[in-house]
Design a protein around this ligand. Structure first.
Ligand SMILES: [Zn+2]
Length: 149
C-alpha cells in the first residue's frame, strides 16, 4: 500500500516536471545552434526532474524550490524570456508543492507528520495517525494504556 502510494507520487511528480518543462522549452535560446538547443532542453528537463524528485523526498526542508529551479536553468534562456520563465516555473512548482502538501495532510507521505508508535504484526512501523495528544492510533491505543500502567 505504501509502495503503491510512493509509485503513484513518483508518477505525479513526473507529470509536474514534464508540465513545467513543456511550458518553457520553446523559450530556450532560439538563436543558439541546434545542438546547443538540444543540449539545453536536456539540461532544463533534467533540472525540472531533479527539483521534483527533491521536493518529493524532502518536501518540508526544500526552501523556495521555484527559485532554486529558476537559478539552475535561467542561463539557457535569453534575457527577454527570463520573466516569463520565472513565472512559468513558479506556477508549475507551486502546483507541485500544493499537491505534495495535500499528500502529507492525507497521511500519504511522511513529512514529519506524527505516526503511531506501534509496530504491526509484520514488524513494520504503523503508518496511521495517532489520536490527538496520543502516541498511538485508534487500533493501537490499548498499547498506550499498557505503557501507562
Ligand atoms: Zn497504530
Amino acid at each position: 500500500m505504501i509502495e503503491e502510494r510512493a509509485l503513484q507520487l513518483q508518477h505525479c511528480m513526473y507529470q509536474y516536471s514534464r508540465a513545467i518543462y513543456r511550458s518553457i522549452k520553446d523559450l530556450i535560446d532560439p538563436y543558439a545552434d541546434w545542438e546547443t538547443q538540444i543540449e539545453s532542453r536536456r539540461e532544463v528537463l533534467f533540472a525540472c526532474e531533479q527539483t521534483m524528485e527533491r521536493l518529493a523526498k524532502d518536501p518540508l526542508y526544500f526552501a523556495k524550490p521555484d527559485r532554486a529551479l529558476f537559478q539552475d536553468i535561467r542561463r539557457y534562456f535569453p534575457i527577454t524570456a527570463q520573466a516569463e520563465v520565472a513565472w512559468a516555473v513558479q506556477q508549475g512548482v507551486n502546483a507541485a508543492v500544493e499537491f505534495i502538501e495535500e499528500q502529507i495532510e492525507a497521511g500519504a507521505l511522511d513529512g514529519g507528520v506524527a505516526r503511531c508508535r506501534a509496530t504491526t504484526r509484520k514488524g513494520k512501523p504503523c503508518q496511521r495517525t495517532p489520536l490527538p495528544d496520543r502516541d498511538y492510533c485508534p487500533s493501537h491505543q490499548h498499547l498506550e494504556a499498557r505503557a501507562a500502567a
